[in-house]
Design a protein around this ligand. Sequence first.
Ligand code: ZN
Length: 151
Amino acid sequence: MDFLNKLSNIASETYKKTSKKTGELAKEAKIRMKMNEDKGSIKDLYEEIGKIVYQKYVKNEDLSIKDDLNSYCSQIDELSNKIEKALDELLSLKGKRICQNCHEEIESNVKYCPSCGAEQADIIEKVEDKDDGKELQEIEIVEDDKENKEE
Ligand SMILES: [Zn+2]
């Protein structure tokens, strides 16, 4: 999963380099928290797949991908997409985005990637509008309450 590792490096870089208002940092933290959750879920799914494959090996069964593995794999795909969207949002906080073709970090306002030249379609700017954004908003409310009490 070199692609995910690369994205995750970009994300931590994004986090380190930023020194901005608390609100923006809190927003980043929430996105990153959700992202780490998704990464954890992917890891669990890998483990499950590994277990299934090993059990098949022990029983001397065919190791081809069957329906049960397909379901695990599509869950991983889905989580990977969520992580990618979260990273897009993290980058957009600092005016950047990931090239849809070569996955390099580029300025969000460019129409063509300086690295590979691919034309950039408009990326979903607000994850909050999507279904998986609801969870982010819920987290936000909880954390805002906490902040208010501390003040
Ligand atoms: Zn590119």
